[in-house]
Design a protein around this ligand. Structure first.
Ligand SMILES: Nc1ncnc2c1ncn2[C@@H]1O[C@H](COP(=O)(O)OP(=O)(O)OP(=O)(O)O)[C@@H](O)[C@H]1O
Ligand SMILES: [Mg+2]
Length: 326
C-alpha cells in the first residue's frame, strides 16, 4: 500500500529510524495530511526526548492530549514512558522472604522461581505500560480513526516491539507462580489464622495488563491495522541501520511498505563544490537503497529533498507532506 492509502485506511502508523533523520517531521506532516483529509487523528510521541511539540510549534503538557491549533481533527500527545513506572510498584511484591519463613517452598521447588521473578523488573515494562495506557486512552475516551506514532530512535523502538512477547511471557510465569504460591500459602494462612493486611489486586492488574498487551500485539502485526514507515538519510551508516531495523520488523511480523529517504541534496548546476560532493555521495547511496529495498524487497521508496530551512510548523510540514504523499 502506498503511504497515502495507509493514512486513509489504517489505524496505526509508526514512524521510526535512526536518530535525527526526520522521523518527527515526517510523522507530524503525515498526521496533518490525514487530519485534513477527514481522519480524526492522534499523533503520539513515545520518544522520551520529545520534540513533537517543537515540530508542531505548540506547547504539549506531558501526558495530556492537546488539540492542535487551527487543524481540525488533529490531537497531539507526548507521553513519558518512565512516568508510568509508579503504577507498577507493588505488582511484583510477593514477599518471598516473609513467606519462606513458613518453610516448605524449597521442597516445592519454587524458591528459585520466586527469586528470579521477584528480583527483576520485566523487560520493557515501562514501554508496555505506556502502550497499555495509550490503548486504554484510545479505547475508552476517544474515537480516533488514526494514531500516528513518532517513535524513539531505532534501539528503543525495537525494545518496544519485542515487548509483547517477553512481557507476556514474564507475566504468564508470574501469574502461574502466584496461583501456586497463593494455594500453598492459603493453607498456612488459614492454619495460623493470619489475616491479609491489605487488599491484593495485583493479580487482576497483571491479568489486565497481559490481555491488553496481547491485544496490542495482535493489532501491531495485522497489516490491515498497522504499518511501519522507516525514515532514513542517504548515508552508509543509515542504510546499515535501516537494514537491521527492517530485519527486526520482519521478525516481529510487522508490515513495512514505505521507506523515506530524507534530506536529499537538490540537483542543481550551481551547487558549490561542497554541495556537489555531498550530492554525489548521496546519489551513490540512493542507488543502493533503491536496489536493495525497492527492487529486491518491493518497498515504496519516497524521496524528500533537503529544505533550505528547518522543517517546523504548519507551513513547512505541509510542504513536506507534498513530497511524502506523492
Ligand atoms: N527534509 C528536510 N530538510 C531540512 N531539514 C529537515 C528535513 N527533515 C528534517 N529536517 C530537520 O532536521 C532536524 C531533525 O528532524 P526530526 O526532529 O524530524 O528528526 P528525528 O528523526 O525525529 O530526530 P530524533 O531522532 O532526535 O527524534 C529538525 O531540525 C528538522 O527540522
Ligand atoms: Mg524525533
Amino acid at each position: 500500500m502506498e503511504l497515502k492509502e495507509e493514512l486513509l485506511k489504517l489505524k496505526f502508523i509508526m514512524f521510526g529510524g535512526k536518530g535525527g533523520v526526520g522521523k518527527t517531521s515526517c510523522a507530524s506532516s503525515a498526521a496533518i495530511w490525514a487530519a485534513e483529509n477527514g481522519r480524526n487523528t492522534l499523533i503520539i510521541s513515545t520518544d522520551p526526548a520529545h520534540s513533537l511539540g517543537d515540530s508542531l510549534g505548540l506547547e504539549l503538557p506531558p501526558g495530556i492530549p492537546t488539540p492542535v491549533d487551527h487543524i481540525k481533527n488533529l490531537t497531539a500527545l507526548e507521553i513519558n514512558p518512565k512516568a508510568n513506572m509508579a503504577d507498577f510498584k507493588g505488582l511484583t511484591n510477593i514477599n518471598p522472604m516473609e513467606d519462606l519463613e513458613m518453610g516448605g517452598l524449597d521442597e516445592m521447588g519454587m524458591f528459585g522461581e520466586i527469586q528470579e521473578l521477584s528480583s527483576m523488573n520485566p523487560p520493557g515494562i515501562d514501554e508496555a505500560l505506556a502502550f497499555g495506557k495509550i490503548l486504554e486512552f484510545i479505547e475508552t475516551e476517544h474515537n480516533f480513526d488514526l494514531i500516528v506514532f513518532d517513535t524513539a530512535p531505532t534501539g528503543h523502538t525495537l525494545r518496544f516491539l519485542s515487548l509483547p512477547e517477553t512481557l507476556s511471557g514474564w507475566i504468564g510465569k508470574m501469574l502461574k507462580l502466584r496461583v501456586k504460591l497463593g494455594n500453598f500459602l492459603g493453607v498456612f494462612k488459614n492454619f495460623f489464622k493470619k489475616e491479609k493486611s491489605e487488599k491484593d489486586n495485583s493479580m487482576e492488574v497483571l491479568e489486565r495488563l497481559n490481555n491488553s498487551i496481547l491485544n496490542a500485539r495482535d493489532d501491531l502485526i495485522n497489516p490491515e491495522i498497522t504499518s511501519f514507515v522507516i525514515v532514513m538519510i542517504p548515508e552508509e551508516m543509515a542504510i546499515a541501520e535501516t537494514g537491521r531495523l527492517l530485519n527486526q520488523l520482519i521478525k516481529y511480523n510487522m508490515s513495512v511498505s514505505n521507506m523515506v529517504i530524507n534530506q536529499i541534496f537538490p540537483k542543481k548546476e550551481e551547487l558549490c563544490d561542497f554541495c556537489k560532493n555531498r550530492r554525489n555521495m548521496q546519489e551513490k547511496h540512493i542507488k543502493r537503497i533503491i536496489e536493495i529495498f525497492k527492487d529486491k524487497m518491493n518497498k515504496n521508496i519516497i524521496q524528500i529533498p533537503l529544505f533550505n530551512d528547518e522543517v517546523r510548523k504548519y507551513g513547512k510540514l505541509k510542504e513536506l507532506a507534498d513530497y511524502l504523499i506523492q
